[in-house]
Design a protein around this ligand. Sequence first.
Ligand code: AMP
Ligand code: GLY
Length: 415
Amino acid sequence: MSKVLVIGGGGREHAIVDALSRSSQVSQIYCAPGNAGIAQQATCVPIKDTDVNALLAFAQENGVDLTVVGPEAALAVGIVDAFRAAGLPIFGHTQAATQIESSKEFAKVIMSKYGIPTAAYESFTQYEPALAYVRTHSFPTVIKYDGLAAGKGVVIAQTFEEADNTLRDMLLDASFGEGKVVIEEYLQGPEFSFMAFVDGQRVYPMPLAQDHKRAFDGDKGPNTGGMGAYTPLPFISDQDQQFALKMILQATADAMVAEGKPLSGVLYGGLMKTPDGIKVIEFNARFGDPETEIILPLLATDPYEVFSRVAHAQPLSPLNWRQEATIGVVLASKGYPGSYEKGHVITGTEHFSGRIYHMGTRMQDGQLLTNGGRVMMCIHTAPTFAQAKTELYNDIKNIHCDNLFYRNDIAHQAE
Ligand code: AMP
Ligand code: GLY
C-alpha cells in the first residue's frame, strides 16, 4: 500500500485526489496545500505548491512513495528535478521539458522544426521590428507574451492601433517583465483539448474535452480560467482524433526525446479544427483545468497504476475509459474574472447527487466559504448529453450561495 502526495489546491487536484482514492493500492493521500473539498478525502498540508524544499522534506519525512504534480508553476520551478535528484518518484515533467508550456517560443520552435501543424509565427524582443511586422500583416493578428502568464498573455488585436498598444505594453513597459512576444497568424474553428499521459515516446491518450473560456452564456464576456467542460466531442471525428494523436501528440513526444528533453507526465494539446486541418494553439505540460475534472472520473484503469508507471518510466497497457457523456459546470464568484469577494457561505452541497470538485473554498467554524474566483465544479455523467445536462442543471439548484454565478449553456456545441 502506498502513500501519495498531490501538489496543488484546485479543482484539478481535487479530481486527482478523488481518482487516487479509488485505487486499491493507495493507503494515504496528502495534498499540499489542498482546499476544503480535498480535505474530505486527503490530509491537507499547508505548504505552497512552489516551495520545493519544504515539499521534498515533507515527502522524505513522511515516507511518501509517489508525488503527483498538478500546477505548471511547480513544474516550472523544477520540482521534478529536485525530487528525482533525491531519489523520490514523482509524476510530472522536468523543468527543461516544461518549456513546452512555459515558453511559447520554445513550443513554436519545436513545432516548426518537427513539422507539427500550428499557426505561422515570428518572435520579437524589440518593439520596432515587431510593429513593422504587424504593419505588413492582416488583422486580426494574435500577440502572445512569451512566458507563463496564466492565460492572460494572449491578445487578439483587431486593429493596428490595438496591436501597437499591446506591443508597447509587452515590450516597452516593465509590467510584463523581460519582454518577448510571439506574433502569429489568426486561426478559426472549434477549439478542443486533447490530453495524454506521456512517458518518453509512449503516449496514452485521454478522451477529448472542450473547455468554455468566456465568462457568460453564448461564449460572451471576458476570458476566464474555464467555466465548464464536457466530453466526448461529437464534432471531432475518429479520423481527426487519430490525426491529432499521431501528428501532434506522438510527434511532440518524439520531438522532445530527440531534443534530449523527454516528457514524463501529461501533455495537453490545446487544438483547433481549422478549415486546413487540426492545428496546435498551445501546449500545456500538465492536466487542464477544468478538463481534468470531467476526464479523470472516466478512467477505469487503476489511477495509481497510471501515475506510478509513468513516474517510474515503465510501460502501461492501453488505458480503459468509460464512454459516458460528462458535463461539468463551474460555480464562480460574482465579478470573476475581475475582482470578487471571498468568504460567502455555501450550503446544500450534500444534496447535490453528482460529483463536486472544489476549486476555491475553505471551512471556517463548520461553514463552507467561497475562497477564490472559481469556487467549485459540479459534474454529472449520463448515457446522453441531454440527460446529463438536465440532471446537472436541476441538481445545481440544491446549492445555495448569494455570491455565485454559472453558465447555463455548457456543452452547447454537443447539441
Ligand atoms: P493560449 O493561451 O495560447 O491558449 O491562447 C488563449 C486563447 O486565445 C485560445 O484559447 C484561443 O481562443 C485564442 N488564440 C490563441 N492563438 C490563436 C490563434 N493563432 N488564432 C486564433 N485564436 C487564438
Ligand atoms: N483549460 C485550460 C487550461 O488548463 O489551461
